[in-house]
Design a protein. Structure first.
Length: 231
C-alpha cells in the first residue's frame, strides 16, 4: 500500500512539475517579464495630450516570437505595453534584451539599450532604431513629461489644466569599434559637439554649418555621422 501511495505522489509531483515547467517556458518567451500595467491613474484624468507614442494598440513583432502582439509605447515611463488578451494589459520592461518591430507599415523598430544619462548614471531604455551600419548605430529617444494641473490663484485667473508635454528628442550613438558597452548621447551645444567628436570636432561643425545641418534632426544627424565615419 505504501509503495502505491509513493508512486501516486510521485506521479502527482511530476504532473505539477511539468505544468510549472510549461508555465515557465511560456513566461520565458518574454524573458520572465509579465507584469500588469495600471492604466487607470486618477492624476492623469482630464490631462491634455497623451503619454503614449501611439494611443491605439498596433501589431508588432517581439523578438523572434511567431505571434504578433498589439502594443503601444508609454513614453512617460518608457514601457512597452502589450495585450495578452482583450482584458489584460501587460508591460515589457527594457531591463532585458528586446527588439520590437511595428508591423503597421511604419517599419519602426525599438530596442532595449543601456545609455549613460546627463548625471552619469547608466539606464536601460527603449530607443528607436534610426540607422545601423558597420560604422555606427544611431538611436532616438522620444519623451514626454507630465505637468499637474495648477489651480487658479484668484477668480480672475483660469485654472491651468494638467498636460502631457512633448520634450525634445535625444539621440544616442554606438560605434562598433568602441569597447564601452553603453550608448553615448549626442550633444547639441556647439562647444560640447567639438569636444565630443575630438580631433574632427571643428571640421564637423564647419561641415554642418556649410550644409545647413542641425544636431537635433535625425535626418541631419545621419548625414553628419556618415561624414564623420567616412574613410
Amino acid at each position: 500500500m505504501q509503495k502505491q501511495i509513493n508512486i501516486l505522489l510521485g506521479l502527482l509531483l511530476f504532473g505539477f512539475s511539468s505544468q510549472a515547467q510549461i508555465a515557465q517556458n511560456n513566461i520565458s518567451s518574454f524573458d520572465d517579464i509579465s507584469f500588469f500595467v495600471n492604466v487607470n491613474n486618477p492624476k492623469y484624468d482630464n490631462a491634455e495630450g497623451t503619454k503614449y507614442l501611439n494611443e491605439k494598440f498596433i501589431p508588432a513583432k517581439i523578438n523572434d516570437l511567431e505571434k504578433l502582439y498589439p502594443v503601444r509605447f508609454d513614453l512617460l515611463d518608457n514601457i512597452m505595453e502589450f495585450k495578452e488578451n482583450d482584458q489584460e494589459i501587460m508591460g515589457i520592461s527594457p531591463a532585458k534584451e528586446y527588439r520590437i518591430g511595428f508591423t503597421d507599415g511604419s517599419n519602426r523598430v525599438f530596442v532595449s539599450k543601456t545609455i549613460i544619462d546627463e548625471t552619469g548614471d547608466l539606464k536601460r531604455l527603449f530607443l528607436e532604431v534610426i540607422k545601423v551600419n558597420p560604422k555606427y548605430s544611431l538611436y532616438k529617444r522620444e519623451r514626454v513629461k507630465f505637468q499637474p494641473a495648477k489651480p487658479a490663484k484668484s477668480s480672475y485667473e483660469p485654472e491651468i489644466p494638467a498636460v502631457f508635454k512633448k520634450m525634445n528628442d535625444s539621440f544616442y550613438v554606438d560605434y562598433p569599434d568602441d569597447s564601452i558597452d553603453y550608448l553615448l548621447q549626442l550633444p547639441k551645444n556647439k562647444k560640447k559637439i567639438k569636444t565630443f567628436f575630438g580631433d574632427k570636432g571643428n571640421e564637423l561643425v564647419k561641415f554642418a554649418k556649410k550644409e545647413g545641418l542641425k544636431f537635433d534632426s535625425q535626418e541631419n544627424l545621419v548625414r553628419i555621422l556618415d561624414y564623420y565615419t567616412q574613410e
